[in-house]
Design a binder for this molecule. Structure first.
Ligand code: SAM
Length: 335
């Protein structure tokens, strides 16, 4: 099997190019979003079960040697982990890593936006499912809308761009805010992205509450007129990009269920427990932490990384009409 220097590739029925590593640095979070955390309890891992920064950095370096050029830091909530800013700086400074970004709920962003910029972060994704403070509390379990909005503004003031706002629309919860969220793109250069709810773990959201992208798009076009497509950029992920007329911002659609994008998936994930995972929505994971802790060589660890990439499934297993759910938790894998 041959690997191109610039890309991790897998042979077989699909030809995956894996150049993007998403790292969940913690399973802990300062919010408890209905669609993300289990309804019964929120397990927290002990420190020894979580990958240490130097261990994660080794995986980043070896993945970089195999062709990874993009890294996203996520969680749980990445900004709650002590030392995360120094860790991000280290990743940003690593030669060969061209793009480092973070996904955050924004709660701690007001005081961290300028520090993140100093660490080499140029753009960031922030979860925002509602513009109503009381509803924010219902969705996330915390009365922190003002902090999050303040964080978004702080990031905007720092010139971090683009700022992508991720919204999960749930029927009967926030589906009446689709238009208000889109209207933000007229006032700010934000990319408002609608992500289909993925049934993962044991969350408080039912499949009947699912609102799929075609319905969201129809609602937007009824309110704002036809959406104009935006040309894709080299660093684009799975979002389909559009604009409403005269808006500085964009509207994006991420549709893992109604129109999955497995054939173009370029991602490998490292979970907070230090497992490599080739697909968000398929339960296969490969441990790498025990090998690191038992003194494996770089060569052996690269074999583990390559073997995981080879196991990247042709297509994920989440099938809407059968209402299947994966047992994995988003906050451990990193959304
Ligand atoms: N704490 C950070 C945040 O809130 O953005 C990062 C972690 S969070 C797991 C990453 C993303 O996953 C968020 O944008 C969130 O909306 C999304 N997410 C979590 N559970 C989801 C689900 N079941 N379906 C779709 N998106 C989900």
């Amino acid at each position: 099997m041959t690997f191109l220097k610039s890309n991790l590739e897998t042979p077989g029925p699909i030809h995956h190019r894996v150049n993007y590593l998403r790292i969940s640095v913690t399973d802990r979070c300062n919010l408890a979003c209905r669609y993300c955390v289990p309804k019964d309890h929120l397990p927290t891992l002990s420190h020894k079960d979580i990958a240490r920064y130097e261990e994660i950095l080794r995986v980043v370096r070896l993945s970089r040697d195999l062709g990874v050029t993009k890294v996203r830091i996520t969680g749980g909530e990445p900004l709650v982990r002590k030392g995360v800013l120094d860790f991000i700086s280290e990743v940003s400074r690593m030669p060969g890593i061209e793009d480092v970004s973070i996904t955050t709920n924004g709660v701690l962003l007001r005081k961290n936006a300028h520090l993140l910029k100093g660490c080499g972060i140029k753009r960031l994704n922030i979860s925002l499912d509602t513009l109503k403070p009381e509803r924010f509390r219902f969705i996330t379990g915390k009365n922190l809308f003002k902090e999050v909005w303040g964080g978004i503004m702080a990031a905007h003031d720092q010139g971090l761009t683009p700022i992508k706002l991720n919204a999960v629309i749930m029927r009967g919860v926030n589906d009446d805010e689709i238009e208000d969220l889109v209207a933000l793109t007229r006032d700010y250069p934000f990319h408002v992205r609608f992500i289909e709810y993925m049934p993962m773990g044991n969350s408080k959201v039912d499949m009947e509450q699912e609102v799929l992208i075609p319905e969201i798009r129809e609602r937007i076009e009824t309110a704002f007129g036809p959406l104009a497509p935006v040309t894709r950029g080299v660093h684009d992920g799975p979002a389909k990009r559009f604009k409403i007329e005269n808006a500085p911002g964009e509207v994006g659609f991420i549709s893992p269920l109604s129109s999955h994008f497995c054939h173009e998936c370029n991602r490998l994930r490292l979970t907070s427990t230090g497992n490599l995972r080739p697909c968000l929505l398929n339960p296969y994971e490969r441990e790498i932490l025990p090998s690191i802790r038992q003194g494996a060589s770089d060569h052996e660890l690269k074999e583990i990384i390559m073997e995981t990439v080879r196991r990247k499934p042709v297509s994920h297993t989440l099938i809407t009409d059968e209402c299947s759910r994966t047992t994995s938790q988003m906050f451990t894998i990193g959304g």
